[in-house]
Structures are given as structure tokens and as C-alpha cells.
Design a protein around this ligand. Sequence first.
Ligand code: AMP
Ligand code: MG
Length: 276
Amino acid sequence: MAKDAHLLVPVDGKVHLDKIDPKETHGLSEARAKTALIRDVQALSELHDLLYANGKRALLIVLQGMDSAGKDGTIRHVMQGLSPQGTVVSPFKQPTEQELAHDFLWRVHQRVPAKGAIGIFNRSHYEDVLVVRVHHLISDQVAKERLRAIRHFERELDEAGVIVRKFFLHLSREEQAKRFEERRQDRRKNWKMSAADFQETKLWDHYQRAYEEAIEATSTKDCPWYVVPSDHRWYRNLLVAKVLVHTLKELKMDWPLPAEDAVLAAKASPGAGQGG
Ligand code: AMP
Ligand code: MG
């Protein structure tokens, strides 16, 4: 068992978000966490190369969280070592007319990474049981059906070789208010803000309940959710990185052998193996 096992606990059954402290750091210092992150980013890079070389499995990372919880930041910091070839980031915004004309998983399925690749969802199919639910655009019955559809969809992905790992970036209301204020005052960031962002904060508790229900209904052994305390960016980054490293290490991948004809061709080729 990994020595960090206590940090890597997926949701199993009930989840009470108000019992999980968004400020949690498990006694880790920022300096140590940052050093550990550098190591994990390096490890991820190598594991990604192995995943790509083997071409048998894909990894799908789902990032969800309230506004400013750090979905973009996590992508920037944790995924910085991944080779751009074989990494696809997919942001999910309000569905287009064409997307709305299809079932809710249609646009999502198209963005699932191919074997050998890592796909990162910045928001995801879960918006279809979160934002639309909080705004009463679907009934509880439809929400239930969608959660069941998501469970089946993800199980099917898992069976097809796509490893699914889902992260809820758990932010406190106070920290969100602080970040909004920082954003508002920062010329490089305030373009990101909309009136709707402020409106959504009023629905905070509704979102928390919708998240709890979605996470409980869809955290399975094979496609687990992790609740990541995210008030401290450095802790959030480290935790996500650790789960990903652990997940890929568990595959016990090795470098594939060269094709037999390549070995024979190399032997037959004069001067082969003499460097140059
Ligand atoms: P951002 O990620 O900040 O660029 O914002 C994207 C916005 O699109 C958020 O307000 C999401 O809630 C919204 N969004 C994403 N997916 C859906 C969906 N399926 N239905 C409605 N709104 C969505
Ligand atoms: Mg936004």
C-alpha cells in the first residue's frame, strides 16, 4: 500500500461535503507539497509515455467544482509534464443548439480519449445533473435517470479500457468570495467574470446538495470520485497528482517489445547497432 494511502481515499457511499474541511492539508507544509508535486509531475510524464507506448488503455480525468475552485489551475499545474501529443483537454460550456438536439452524453462521448491518450474534462457530463438541476430545468426523475445513464456510460468506458477518475474540487464559500474579489481587481482575470457567476453563488447550498447526490450515485470502485480539499491550491494540486500517479502505477506497465520484424531488419541491416 502506498504511504500516501490515507490521502487517496475515494468516495464510497454517503458523502457529506460540510463534514469535509476545504482547508484540510493533513499536516503537510506548502514547501513539502510543492517539492512532492514536482516529483509527481515527473512521474506522471513517464507514466504517460508508457500509456502511449502501450496504446491499450486511456485515462479520463473529470474535473468538477464551483467557480474558481481551480479547474484551470489544476490542469496547468498537474498536467504540465504531459506530452501535448496524447493529451486532450475538453472544456464543456453551455450546450449549443446542436448539442441540445442530442442526448446529453452525445457531446461527451466524442471527447473521450483514445487508447494511449489522456483526456481531461474541464466540467463534464456532470453539469447535466448539476447546473440544470439547480435551475430546475430537469425534474428529479430525469436527474435520477441521467445518473443511472452516467453510471452505465462510465462502466462501459471502463470495460473498453478507459480509466475514469473524477475529482470534486471542494472549495469553501469564503475562499470563493476571496478569489472572486481578487479576480475582480485583476486585469488579467476579470474578463472571466460574468453577472451569472455572482448569481450562482446564491445557489451555493443547492449546488452542494446536487453534488453530493451526483457523487454518491456515481462513485464506484472502478470509476471513483475524490473530494479534494481545494482552499489551498498547493494541496489540491498535490492530491490530484497523487491519485493520478497511483492510478497509472497500478497498471504496472512496461515498455512494449519491439516488433519481431524490426529486430530482424535491424540484424540484417549492415552497420546496425554501431551507433552513429
Ligand atoms: P466556465 O467553465 O467558467 O467557462 O463556464 C462554463 C459554463 O457553462 C458554466 O456556467 C457551466 O455551468 C455551463 N455549462 C456547462 N455544461 C452545461 C450544461 N450541460 N448545461 C448547462 N450549462 C452548462
Ligand atoms: Mg466561469
